[in-house]
Design a protein around this ligand. Structure first.
Ligand SMILES: NC(=O)c1ccc[n+]([C@@H]2O[C@H](COP(=O)([O-])OP(=O)(O)OC[C@H]3O[C@@H](n4cnc5c(N)ncnc54)[C@H](OP(=O)(O)O)[C@@H]3O)[C@@H](O)[C@H]2O)c1
Length: 216
């Protein structure tokens, strides 16, 4: 672990992203406290798979326990993410907008906001960083490589807080990925669904090019 004071990650959403992120985090020595919408008693199979460094909890308890927290729920449910326990914390936002699942969200359809800004507005006193939204979930624990590996996979991050972005850059490096900074949350549309960079495996140079090519 890069930062010895940040050893427990809260995870809100225990589906594809939450569970694969948990595997990667545990492999790097973190403890995870992971939650879904139905309650910790429904997470038995996942707990058996993840082992002793994982605890099943409510979303409220995962948010409280985490030194920092991953949000990986269907976007339509983002307002259910607990606010108070996340005050002052780094919150990593992996969500993407699928109108087929989430329903039409006019502010996104009209390019007035981004998914990450919506979560930041819901969590005004947290430090939201967009990350892990640009990689198929199953690749998170399997596609990382050592720092400096040729053609290492790069993932985009966006956020308004420099310290929070530094922390996520270090986490990505630990998981085996380079980070490319897209800018503040308002620029994260560049790496949302259907943009050139979206879930395409890219190294850092390729990712920078794909981010620059994006047209809103
Ligand atoms: N799948 C991917 O490869 C991928 C890649 C990048 C980004 N994303 C994005 O990441 C987000 C999650 O995707 P996913 O594929 O992991 O979804 P998923 O497999 O459907 O899992 C969603 C999880 O969120 C939980 N959840 C729903 N509402 C919740 C709430 N209010 N509190 C706590 N947990 C809640 C669900 O719990 P229950 O099952 O109990 O309802 C489930 O565990 C989406 O926005 C998706 O677009 C996905």
């Amino acid at each position: 672990m890069v930062d010895g004071d940040m050893t427990t990650i809260g995870i809100i959403g225990a589906g594809n992203i939450g569970s694969n992120f948990a595997k990667a985090a545990i492999a790097k020595g973190y403890d995870v406290v992971i939650s879904n919408s139905r309650g910790p008693e429904t997470l038995g199979d996942l707990m058996s798979e993840l082992g002793a460094k994982a605890t099943a909890a409510t979303a409220e308890d995962a948010a409280t326990a985490g030194d920092f927290v991953l949000v990986a729920v269907p976007l339509k449910n983002y307002r259910e993410v607990p606010v108070d326990p996340l005050v002052g914390k780094l919150v990593i936002d992996a969500n993407n907008y699928y109108f087929e699942r989430d329903g039409q969200i006019p502010a996104l359809d009209n390019n007035e906001t981004t998914t990450a800004q919506m979560l930041q507005e819901h969590l005004p006193d947290s430090h939201v960083v967009k990350a892990f939204n640009n990689i198929p979930a199953k690749d998170i624990p399997t596609d990382g490589t050592a720092t400096g590996t040729e053609n290492r996979r790069a993932l985009p991050i966006a956020g308004n807080d420099a310290n929070a972005k530094e922390r996520v850059t270090a986490l990505l490096d630990e998981f085996g990925f380079d980070a490319v900074d897209v800018g503040p949350l308002e620029d994260s549309w560049r790496v949302e669904r259907d943009r050139p960079a979206y879930v395409v495996r890219s190294n850092a140079d390729e990712l920078r090019d794909r981010i620059a090519e994006a047209v809103r």
